[in-house]
Design a protein around this ligand. Structure first.
Ligand code: 2U9
Length: 352
């Protein structure tokens, strides 16, 4: 009997060691330790053995059962681990694979890209970028920018007002944020302000909402020459390294003197005619394209922020404003400004 028990134990131990799957292991458990297993039968029949054999046989059968139970448990753990590992490998999903069909990757809108280009150029010259509220107070949009009461820009035909608050409006330029920047920080200040602005205007070259970047530089000793050099660097970054500038006298309430600035035509090189002798259609034969407005900041404007350190006798500076849509239309040959805001992907995808 003892030999038989040892034979069963040895056979079962070998089989458990060689089991290749959890299912196979379960079969072995039933075969060697189940209700109908030979060893189970031996244990059940102990009471019927002669008294002197019971202790030895019972002890050997119990030890064999305990050993096989332990071996089954060990093998089960090992198999569970390898089976889990195998499952993880076969179930692996590559989340970096494109979906079906692959999704097209988006890109910044042409207006955002053009704004960034202007910002980057000015940051390269040492300017900070500041953004501010689109809903403004009359004080920041007009009063502090030297617009007298009754100035035409303040009129209802030109400006969107908030109905319930006659002093609250949609900003008509980003200049209010330059005033806020001066209130927040004493001179010297070099700041550009990009953003949406609103005017009651709508046609192929005007939209009730459009984008500007305005710049402001205030420090001791700045002159119109500094303004010219700054704008030349910006226009060359936008329209090519060979560009020249032309300044024409103009009027703005917030600058004195004020100028309108033309850039030499980047299609005909400023000649006004193309290689074949025909008139340049971009500059209409003029050789110059109007591109922005600028000027030396009016001392009256500095007077509004004098308590914040801007003494018009001590510091002076310049400001400029440039329309982003106009720059984008010129750089990319877009004929109608409204196309930027139709949200027609056939238009937008051309500029990815
Ligand atoms: C402060 C003082 C002065 C900003 C300026 C212009 C001239 C200008 C236009 C360009 C095309 C508006 O988008 S557009 O239609 N802007 O001509 N803007 S000077 O002058 C400032 C700004 C802030 C404190």
């Amino acid at each position: 009997m003892l030999e038989r028990i040892e034979a069963i134990r040895a056979e079962a131990a070998g089989a458990i060691e060689g089991a290749g799957s959890s299912a196979e292991l379960e079969e072995l458990r039933v075969r060697y330790l189940g209700r109908k297993a030979e060893l189970t039968g031996v244990l059940r029949g102990i009471a019927e053995l002669p008294q002197e054999e019971r202790g030895q046989v019972g002890g050997a059968a119990n030890r064999a059962r305990k050993e096989l139970e332990a071996l089954l448990e060990q093998r089960a753990e090992a198999l569970d681990a390898t089976e889990l590992e195998a499952q993880l490998v076969t179930d692996r999903i590559d989340v970096t694979l494109p979906g079906a069909p692959p999704r097209p990757v988006g890109h910044p809108h042409l207006i955002a890209r053009t704004t960034r280009l202007i910002e980057d150029t000015m940051v390269g010259l040492g300017y900070h970028v500041a953004e501010g509220p689109e809903i403004e107070h009359d004080y920041y949009n007009f009063t502090a920018l030297n617009h007298p009461p009754g100035h035409p820009a303040r009129m209802l035909q030109d400006t969107f007002y908030v109905q319930s608050h006659p002093d609250v409006l949609l900003r008509t330029h980003t200049s209010p944020m330059q005033v806020r920047s001066m209130e927040a920080k004493p001179p010297p200040i070099f700041v550009v302000v990009p953003g949406k602005v609103y005017r009651r205007d709508s046609d192929a070259t005007h939209s009730p909402m459009f984008h500007q970047v305005e710049g402001l530089a205030i420090a001791a000793g700045l002159t119109l020459a500094d303004l010219q050099g700054t704008l030349l660097a910006m226009c060359r970054a936008l329209f090519g390294g060979d560009r020249e500038l032309r300044l024409r006298p103009h009027f703005f309430p917030f600058t004195e003197p004020s100028v309108e600035v033309d850039v030499s035509c980047f299609q005909c090189g400023g000649r006004g005619e193309l290689a074949g002798g025909e008139r340049c259609n971009l500059c209409k034969g003029q050789g110059w394209i109007e591109i922005l407005g600028a000027g030396m900041v009016d001392p009256n404007v500095l007077g509004f922020v004098e308590p914040h350190g801007y003494d018009p006798e001590q510091v002076q500076g310049f400001a400029f404003g440039i329309g982003v849509e106009r720059v984008a239309m010129l750089r990319h040959g877009v004929p109608d400004l409204r196309r930027f805001f139709d949200n027609d992907v056939r238009m937008l995808e051309q500029f990815s």
